[in-house]
Design a binder for this molecule. Structure first.
Ligand code: COA
Length: 407
């Protein structure tokens, strides 16, 4: 029998929740941080586990839309998962996760998404790795852009001064970028809060916006200078926080700017897409010093609702046989009929073309991972010859998914 209880948090739990999260994530206390985190925490979607009358675990869900191929779906954005160091490995996370799955389904969210502190934690709960993050550490003296900077105008300003324009542009762009999330006003407050504790020794966050010939904003970057001086001269770093461009002109103009700031030597970025166009617009791609890391983990909670909510690159009609240990309602055979303009997914008794665990569906959901790749390790079985290739042609999506922010 379990030695703990799990319930919805109350306002009065906040100080204990914040303390537990900072202990689990190993950072020191800060009143500013507590106040800033509190403003984004939806207490009525926060869980607390208690053991012997003390807070032993917590997790929370942010209510946000997620961009998926061809549309938006309500997605439970899971974050701040922490279990007290003295209460680990007793099933508390397992209990929190089950309860969050029930709560998300009750809220009409067919998928849950999260960033993992360690990839090994969440696969057992049915999460698949849906996006990878490409990182760059560019020595800007060795790399130049091969595409000329176009027209338009750049403007540097305090991020807060540009806020309304950034919000409007992000809201327009994220809908076409699978893996990016809606950002309601409280999460914009959080994004721009720029607490000293988050700067890692760098200076204040800066914003640069790009405007087209008609004076309309069509791109922006948020970045932070990391001031360094070496024996041989200036060696500061541009740390790219966010790069959002609505068209190629803004895309190139912003990268040209970020790779040419005076007194800087390196440019560091974490959240580029695996198929980032920059790879094809520089003199020496190898000198971008790329690194591929985890991005967004996706858990499909309601197979028919999730797959009916996205769109498909080509017409598709096939039967998927799915197993799901944690959400048994997903176990069964599903006929997926989809096209670039619509989709249905419903239970069927027909013979399957493909079979897999729900984890594989999470990995392919945003259109960046191929079922064929997973079949290469036996995680997807093809029963009908050609079904894998047909499914991949329909499920893959362009632009491929990427991840804009850790939440
Ligand atoms: C990760 C964390 C939440 C796990 O909580 P927990 O209550 O110990 O997890 P559970 O007891 O429910 O573990 C369930 C299973 O996952 C395994 N597991 C959990 N965390 C793991 C980890 N970090 N590495 C490897 N295995 C892990 C457990 O061993 C257990 O396996 P079993 O079912 O085979 O016995 C907790 O260790 C923690 O707070 N870590 C620090 C903060 C953190 O990384 N949070 C996650 C943020 S994304």
């Amino acid at each position: 029998m379990s030695d703990h209880t799990i319930e919805t948090a109350r306002e009065s739990d906040w100080d204990d929740i914040f303390r537990l999260v900072r202990m689990a994530f190993l950072y020191e206390h800060s009143d500013d941080m507590s106040a800033t985190e509190r403003k984004v925490c939806e207490i009525d979607r926060t869980l607390v586990a208690r053991r012997d009358g003390e807070l032993a675990g917590t997790s929370t869900i942010q209510t946000r839309q997620l961009a998926v191929p061809g549309g938006l779906v309500p997605a439970a954005h899971i974050t701040s998962v922490a279990v007290a160091p003295t209460a680990r490995r007793r099933g508390i996370l397992t209990g929190l996760m089950r309860r969050m799955f029930d709560d998300a389904l009750a809220a009409g969210e067919p998928v849950a998404v999260l960033w993992a502190s360690e990839g090994r934690i969440y696969q057992r709960f049915g999460y698949g790795l849906a996006t990878a993050s490409l990182g760059f550490t560019i020595d800007r003296t060795e790399v130049s852009l091969t595409v000329p900077a176009p027209g338009g105008r750049l403007r540097e300003a305090e991020p807060a001064a540009l806020r309304d324009e950034l919000v409007a542009l992000y809201d327009r762009v994220y809908r076409q970028r699978p893996g990016w999330s809606e950002r309601p006003p409280r999460l914009w407050d959080y994004r721009l809060a720029d607490l000293k504790e988050w700067r890692q020794g760098g200076a204040e966050m800066r914003a640069v916006a790009h405007y087209d010939e008609s004076g309309t904003i069509d791109g922006y970057a948020l970045w932070r200078p990391m001031r360094r001086w070496s024996d041989s001269g200036p060696a500061s770093e541009v740390r790219v926080i966010e790069h959002v461009a609505a068209n190629p002109q803004a895309y190139i103009a912003l990268w040209t700017y970020l790779t040419s700031v005076d007194l800087t030597k390196t440019v560091h970025a974490w959240f580029a897409a695996p198929d980032e166009p920059l790879l094809h617009a520089v003199s020496d791609p190898e000198r971008l010093n790329t690194r591929l890391g985890d991005g967004l983990w996706v858990r499909v909670l309601d197979v028919p609702a999730a797959f009916a909510a996205r769109r498909y690159t080509t017409d598709i009609d096939l039967v998927l046989e799915v197993t799901d240990a944690a959400v048994p309602a997903n176990t069964g055979r599903w006929r997926l009929t989809g096209s670039p303009t619509g989709a249905t997914c419903s239970a069927t008794g027909d013979e399957p073309d493909l079979s897999c665990d729900v984890r594989a569906l999470g990995a392919v959901y945003l259109g960046g991972t191929a079922l064929t790749t997973l079949a290469g390790t036996g995680q997807v079985i093809e029963h009908t010859p050609g079904a894998l290739a047909r499914a991949d042609a329909a499920l893959r999506w362009y632009p491929g998914p990427s991840s804009q922010e850790v939440f």
